[in-house]
Write a protein that binds this ligand. Structure first.
Ligand code: ADP
Length: 328
């Protein structure tokens, strides 16, 4: 059975982008078709300015939302990265096969480093090395496929490169993974700024739909989405990015096709109403289950404890093999 690994970062509240780009497929497809691991990658949340109590709270919330979105601990492994030492152990070894130039070329590093500097802060070294830790997350489990949104494909490429390089230098140790972005909604854009990704870390509320937004809040955000200067509903990412984003969200929520849907709506208003209702319907069962799970925090803790134990047992042989291969 193929091995699948993916994760979410507890740097903010999970968004519709996280859900449509990644989480929904984990629950509906991956956990049924693969030996799958889903991880709350809390070490990655320390790469930018962070509040310790908030990271801990957001990790638990992310775990609860992963379960609420349909992950079943009987079918897959759900755990927190920092509970399994193998990630950090392997990351160091991979730093010894990665180069600094390779790290500086990572798009997310460049974007986030600029943002940190603009805020007057310094850039943490871990922000530069973050893709190596992500490679360790993936390679430790002999992962075949990494279901992620578009924004993460460059990092998965790096994991591939490091695996190939390590195997060539020190003998076959790692499975070479590949990214599997979704066909629709691989990059959900900010509703107020369709040129940028809907990212949970941005904390600029009105353009971001959070998974726990109340239906009326979702409606308000979608109805106020920035559209384009034309009148017609056309699916054209370059010329009409705002409308294209709504069409993709609607298609992802209803199982349709963005181009075909563009012919169905005559005005931006009707497209927005349909999209708002579709999003509300997609989020409804997740929010209901989330409420139930919040009433039983002991259950979530238990899932994470068992998950860490299982993950540790899966990662240890590969990480030990990497240590031996590199001369330790
Ligand atoms: P974020 O950018 O929200 O901090 P994470 O790094 O935690 O995202 O990503 C969790 C998963 O969600 C990844 O697979 C990522 O590719 C996906 N993802 C994040 N934002 C979006 C988006 N706007 N559209 C599609 N997928 C996304």
């Amino acid at each position: 059975m193929k091995r699948v690994f993916s994760g979410v970062k507890p740097t903010g509240h999970l968004t519709l982008g996280n859900y449509l780009g990644a989480m929904r497929r984990w629950a509906t497809v991956d956990q049924h078709q693969a030996d799958a691991l889903f991880c709350i990658v809390d070490l990655h949340a320390l790469t930018v300015d962070h509040d310790p109590a908030r990271v801990r709270r957001l990790s638990r919330q992310a775990a609860t939302l992963l379960l609420a979105s349909g992950l079943d601990p009987e079918l897959c492994t759900v755990f927190v990265q920092s509970h399994v030492d193998e990630h950090a152990r392997l990351s160091y070894v991979l730093e010894c096969v990665a180069t600094d130039g390779e790290m500086r070329r990572m798009i997310q590093y460049k974007e986030k480093a600029v943002r940190e500097r603009e805020r007057g802060g310094s850039v943490r070294l871990s922000l530069l090395t973050y893709p190596v830790l992500m490679a360790a997350d993936i390679l430790a489990y002999g992962t075949d496929e990494v279901p992620v949104g578009d924004d993460q494909t460059q990092h998965v490429e790096l994991a591939r490169d490091l695996a190939v390089r390590f195997n060539q230098r020190y003998g076959h140790t790692f499975v070479v993974p590949r990214a599997t972005p979704p066909q629709v909604a691989a990059r959900v854009m900010n509703l107020q700024d369709p040129a940028s990704k809907m990212g949970k870390s941005d904390d600029s509320g009105p353009g971001i739909v959070y998974l726990l937004d109340e239906p009326d809040v979702v409606r308000k955000k979608v109805m106020r989405a920035v559209t384009d200067s034309g009148r017609e509903v056309v699916y054209d990412r370059a010329a009409q990015p705002g409308v294209a984003n709504l069409l993709e969200i609607l298609a992802a929520c209803t199982g349709g096709n963005p181009s075909e849907l563009s012919g169905v709506y005559e005005s931006y208003g009707s497209l927005k109403s349909a999209t708002a209702e579709a999003v509300v319907e997609v989020l409804r069962p997740v929010q209901e289950r989330h409420r139930e799970l919040c009433a039983d925090p002991g259950y979530v803790e238990g899932v994470l404890r068992d998950g860490a134990e299982r993950a540790r047992a899966m990662a240890r042989p590969t990480v030990d093999a990497a240590y031996r291969a590199i001369g330790l």
